[in-house]
Write a protein that binds this ligand. Structure first.
Ligand SMILES: [Zn+2]
Length: 721
């Protein structure tokens, strides 16, 4: 019941109480903010990348929690606080394979570290408990009034602001709407924080109501601390100052890579909306930023620009943050290298090949200086490095374990079982993948889904439209229509393919594939705000790797209307989108096929990667991926006939013809050029057909010649044993 009541109130009120309160406490805050932010654009221009890198935490900020409690129900245990600190580390470091990872987000390289030494140098858990009605507080009620009690609480309990960032958890957080109103609006504001340019250091830090802390009863709570620490790092709300003006660096939230947003998105679910059109390119609101108000589970990231703004604040000598990152601080407060440790790691790839190096990245908390890795037979270049490069000599699955230790002597162990899979199977050409098999992803291929959310799936429909190319029933799909974020990346990687036999100029090696896609053109309204019309566009990219996925060459890409195979380009939705009316399911004519030569990769073993990048648009389908040599036996072959498209799977010819054919002659030749079978079909109407081929052939390579009179096509066909 509490949840429903609170949900209704949120429709009118902010759950983060930072915006209205900062100005009350410090009227000149805007002026100092501008002074302090001078360096941010320069830093931002220097750091565009959000790729994983072997970077220890650049800044470590000591934190102490003050839990003000009335009874066991509003007191927050050490374990809950520690769990929240781990989540903060995962979110601020954007650690792969945790909830803090988002493809489009940034690793801020900032770490918050729970103090293990108090201001007198004595041991502490980093959590201090204060009874609300006892000295030094002596409150008459567990209800804490932000407007009247903020300063006195902080003054009475806070630790040295030049060494600790103070976080307070109060039993019940209450506010008032004006100075003459009673302070009786409780559990509406979840928390509030001060920016690092606040005039009086006593005020600096974060305050959170106990119900809105990690493990509390509300859908907001997991990340109240993450959001408020963002304010402590000088990050405004993404919707502050609305759409702003023409200069994204000085208007709006002052950060150029957070798209301008008219108002908070928190009162609404995560969905497509574009409330400001003054950005170029015009991007939809990115509702999943930690500095918006969306429910905590849907928050996914900080941006590179937000990282730059945080770094500028830390580096500014007039900031409340700068004293906290002095070199003496870790030893004094028992944080960083002198604090608690927690092992985290990830790898550059989870699937590899024998002898091809894979890099491992430590994201461990607590600035460890000792790393003890074990790779179950993998051979590291340096087993005590923070980011070793490892080769695995043979096929198999491998456990990986990391033990870390820091200057305090504390150790932590992380074991990931069956973490690395090494494959030594290399496929001969032709490689044909039509996704008709029941196993998905198909044998020896794999999916890269770095955020762990939605990804490529096997889509099967036997009713019309089938959602698959030609007469087949199954394709591979990215259901972008159902995504709730953009910039998510999902890849499907083929098995290793053997191009070593092909070294001369002839024959050519070709990749051919079919896809279907429509973008989404959407205009809606969000509360009282307009959501402007926008094409929500997704992308498909194709890459080739000659080192088993370590590096990739981009060889093909299309996005949005250029990728669309729908006659209207984008499917148009107004007001709202419905999965029945606007979700793209292609008919047999709404497919496209393209091909490209892979001759640059002849003589090598390659893998292909098909990457979809979400733009929050509409579904993308992929089918009939063929890597083969181009037939070169006959001079009048037209392998990319505009009229006949075909492929062979399971002794069946899958045929798609664009116009009616009076007759189609079929002739099958063996590799010596001897005709071993012939058939004639017709008349055939435009559309898709399936024709059975003889299934009593001995295993081997055959050529099937299709002659439709004005158009011919020759297919190379591998009959499996
Ligand atoms: Zn806020």
């Amino acid at each position: 019941m509490d949840f429903l009541i609170a949900g209704v109130i949120w429709m009118q009120a902010a759950w983060c109480g930072t915006d209205d309160f900062v100005g009350q406490v410090d009227p000149d805050w805007e002026f100092r903010r501008l002074l302090l932010e001078g360096a941010a654009p320069l830093i931002e221009s220097q750091q565009r990348t959000n790729q994983p890198s072997c970077t220890p935490s650049r800044y470590i900020i000591p934190v102490v929690f003050h839990v003000i409690y009335s009874n066991s129900s509003d007191s927050i245990s050490y374990q809950r606080i520690w769990n929240q600190m781990l989540r903060a580390h995962e979110d601020f470091r954007r650690i792969p394979e945790t909830a803090g990872f988002a493809t489009g987000g940034a690793d801020t390289e900032i770490e918050f570290s729970l103090a293990t030494k108090d201001p007198n140098g004595n041991p502490t858990t980093g959590v201090v408990y204060w009874k609300y009605d006892q000295p030094p507080l002596n409150w008459t009620s567990p209800d804490f009034c932000r407007e009247t009690q903020d300063y006195s609480m902080k003054q009475a309990t806070g630790w040295d602001r030049s060494r600790y960032l103070n976080v307070w958890i109060v039993p019940r957080l209450c506010t008032r709407s004006s100075s003459s109103s009673p302070c009786n609006q409780c559990n509406i504001v979840a928390g509030y924080a001060f920016f690092p340019f606040i005039l009086d250091p006593i005020s600096y830090g974060t305050v959170i109501g106990s119900d809105y802390f990690w493990g509390g009863p509300y859908s907001r709570g997991m990340r109240t601390l993450i959001h408020e620490l963002g304010h402590n790092l000088n990050l405004p709300h993404t919707f502050n100052n609305g759409c702003g003006g023409t200069n994204c660096g000085t208007t709006g939230d002052g950060i150029c890579d957070t798209p301008p947003t008219a108002a908070t998105n928190g009162n609404f679910s995560v969905r497509r909306q574009n409330t400001c059109t003054n950005d170029n390119p015009d991007l939809p609101d990115n509702t999943r930023n930690y500095m918006d108000y969306v429910v905590d589970a849907d928050m996914t990231h900080f941006t590179v620009g937000q990282r730059a703004r945080s770094w500028a604040a830390i580096q500014s000598s007039s900031s409340r943050l700068s004293p906290l990152v002095r070199s003496i601080i870790p030893q004094q407060t028992g944080t960083g290298a002198y604090g608690r440790v927690k092992a985290y790691f990830s790898a550059s790839q989870r699937v590899g090949c024998p002898g091809e190096p894979i890099q491992f990245f430590s994201y461990s908390m607590g600035a460890p200086h000792i790393y003890e890795w074990s790779f179950s037979g993998g051979i590291p270049d340096n087993p005590s490095a923070s980011c070793p490069t490892v080769t695995f000599p043979a096929a198999g699955t491998y456990d990986v374990q990391l033990i870390v230790e820091n200057q305090s002597g504390r150790r932590d162990t992380l074991l990931k079982q069956n973490y690395i899979r090494i494959q030594d199977t290399i496929y001969n050409l032709p490689y044909i993948q039509d996704f008709e098999g029941a196993v998905f992803p198909p044998l020896d291929s794999y999916i890269q889904n770095p955020d762990g959310g939605r990804t490529w799936d096997r889509f099967r429909s036997t009713s019309s439209p089938r959602g698959a190319y030609g007469a087949s029933a199954t394709s591979m799909r990215l259901a972008f229509f159902s995504y709730s974020s953009y910039r998510e990346s999902d890849s499907w990687v083929t098995p290793s393919l053997d191009l070593r036999p092909y070294t001369g100029s002839s024959p050519s090696v070709q990749l051919k594939f079919s896809w279907a896609y429509a973008c989404l053109n959407f205009e809606g309204t969000v509360g009282s705000y307009n959501s402007y019309e926008l094409d929500y566009i997704d992308s498909l990219r194709v890459y080739v790797s000659t080192d088993c996925g370590r590096t990739w060459d981009l060889v093909w890409q299309r996005s949005g209307r250029a990728l669309s195979t729908h006659p209207d380009g984008c499917i148009v939705a107004r007001g709202s989108v419905s999965s029945t009316s606007h979700q793209f399911l292609p008919s047999s004519s709404q497919w496209a096929t393209d091909s490209l030569l892979l001759d640059d990769y002849k003589g090598q073993v390659i893998r292909l990667r098909f990457e979809g990048i979400s733009g929050w648009g509409n579904n993308l389908y992929l089918d009939d991926i063929v890597v083969d040599t181009l037939p070169s036996l006959s001079t009048n072959l037209r392998p990319l006939s505009p009229i006949i498209r075909a492929y062979i799977s399971d002794a069946t010819l899958h045929l798609s013809i664009s116009t009616d054919l009076p007759n189609l002659a079929l002739r099958l030749y063996d590799i010596q050029g001897r005709e071993i079978w012939r058939d004639s079909q017709g008349p055939l109407s435009a559309g898709t057909h399936r024709i059975s081929l003889p299934d009593d052939l001995s295993p081997g390579i055959y050529l099937l010649r299709l002659d439709g009179g004005q158009s011919t096509l020759t297919l190379r066909y591998w009959h499996a044993p």
